[in-house]
Write a protein that binds this ligand. Structure first.
Ligand SMILES: Cc1cc2nc3c(=O)[nH]c(=O)nc-3n(C[C@H](O)[C@H](O)[C@H](O)COP(=O)(O)O)c2cc1C
Length: 355
């Protein structure tokens, strides 16, 4: 097929590929810039960039400063399209969104919750607001609320299906019947939800589909179903430019299909991760003592959480994978080597042209 570009507002991404924001510290400036240099959209994750042992005021300040550093570094490496990913559930979400906008980021992607007040935080119309949803219902709720309260509409949606890595917007019951919630089945609902708002606001609201997209054939399939682009996370972890520890990447390379499981994250949502010593320990030992001077996630119940998720993800990022959580998508076991972002794009592009 002819490779279509992806248009978000007045920005044109030559390749219809968005590299998903990955926390904590998995997708930073080097990965995002490399993706942007290949004609895709590179996303910097804003989560837990600060000193997690600090007090709340210090944490917010160090998180803000680290995000500014990452955005400025990325801009030095590319003139391509960059986005920043923020979790709605972060206690400093507003600060991070405002920081990204001040630093000139034109694509703000918000997941892990319904960002009903996002237009209030970002008043600049040149900034594109893209919520992450897992159903047409959630997209409809956001569209209705933004239309009524702010007279605004979304600039696009990421539809994240149940095969994705990280936290998932599905219940355990839904994940037990995963085929009923495939992106292929969910996409028509989301396309339907945006239709009347596209007409009202006289603009295209692109739907970018993520979760389990592995190769060019998957991308072609989604485009043919009406998606304007895809979001991919897992495949970008095993690239030279992704700055997780070599041990994190090795865990992906060694994982079998059976090693990849749904976990209950301490913040209450299901997530997908690689079964490892850490998860076995959590299962056997129950709750560990959590020292936290602030709540990085507003939804975190420190009294009940079995472990600190930020600390567990940071351990893996730094290389201590036996004491850490390794988030991954369902298809992580299919990755066989670490390659450059350039090689990955070339492979996806060749596949896509043949599809
Ligand atoms: C290691 C890892 C961390 C992730 N962290 C986040 C995150 O912090 N925020 C978010 O919105 N999505 C996160 N995701 C989801 C990705 O942005 C992307 O939507 C998803 O991985 C797509 O599915 P795929 O991994 O099958 O390609 C994460 C995914 C992975 C693999």
């Amino acid at each position: 097929m002819n490779i279509p570009s992806l248009k978000i507002g007045n920005m044109i991404s030559e390749m219809p590929i968005v590299q998903g924001g990955m926390g904590v510290r998995v997708s930073l400036s080097s990965l995002a810039a490399a993706v942007a240099n290949e004609g895709g959209i590179g996303t910097i994750s804003s989560i837990a960039l600060g000193d997690i042992n600090a007090t709340i005021g210090e944490y917010e300040k160090s998180s803000r400063e680290a995000l500014i550093r990452e955005i400025r570094k990325a801009k030095k490496l590319t003139s391509g399209l960059l986005a920043v990913n923020i979790m709605e559930a972060l206690s400093n979400a507003r600060d991070l969104i405002a920081t990204a906008v001040r630093e000139g980021i034109k694509i703000i992607v918000v997941g892990a919750g319904l960002p009903l007040k996002l237009p209030e935080i970002v008043e600049d119309d040149s900034v594109n607001l893209i919520p992450i949803v897992s159903s047409g219902r959630a997209a409809g709720l956001i569209l209705r609320s933004w239309d009524k309260r702010y007279g605004k509409t979304a600039d696009g949606f990421i539809l994240e299906g149940p095969l994705a890595g990280g936290h998932l917007g599905f219940s355990n019951e839904q994940l037990d019947n995963i085929d009923d919630y495939s992106v292929e089945k969910l996409l028509p609902d989301v396309l339907d939800a945006v239709k009347s708002y596209e007409e009202k606001y006289d603009k295209k609201i692109p739907i970018i589909v993520g979760g389990g997209i592995f190769d060019g054939k998957d991308i072609a399939r989604m485009l043919k179903l009406g998606a304007s682009g895809v979001q991919m996370g897992t495949r970008f972890v095993c690239t030279d430019e992704c700055n997780v520890s070599p041990q994190f990447k090795q865990a992906y390379l060694e994982a079998t299909e059976d090693d990849i499981e749904i976990i209950k994250s301490p913040v209450g949502m299901p997530g997908r991760a690689i079964k490892n010593k850490f998860l076995t320990k959590v299962e056997n030992n129950g709750k560990s003592r959590i020292k936290c001077q602030y709540k990085c996630l507003s939804v975190c119940n420190i009294a009940k959480a079995k472990y600190c998720i930020a600390k567990a993800l940071l351990n893996s990022w730094a290389g201590d994978v036996h004491n850490g959580l390794i988030f991954c998508g369902q298809n992580a076991y299919r990755i066989k080597e670490v390659i450059s972002v350039k090689q990955l794009f070339a492979e996806l592009c060749d596949d896509l042209k043949m599809a």
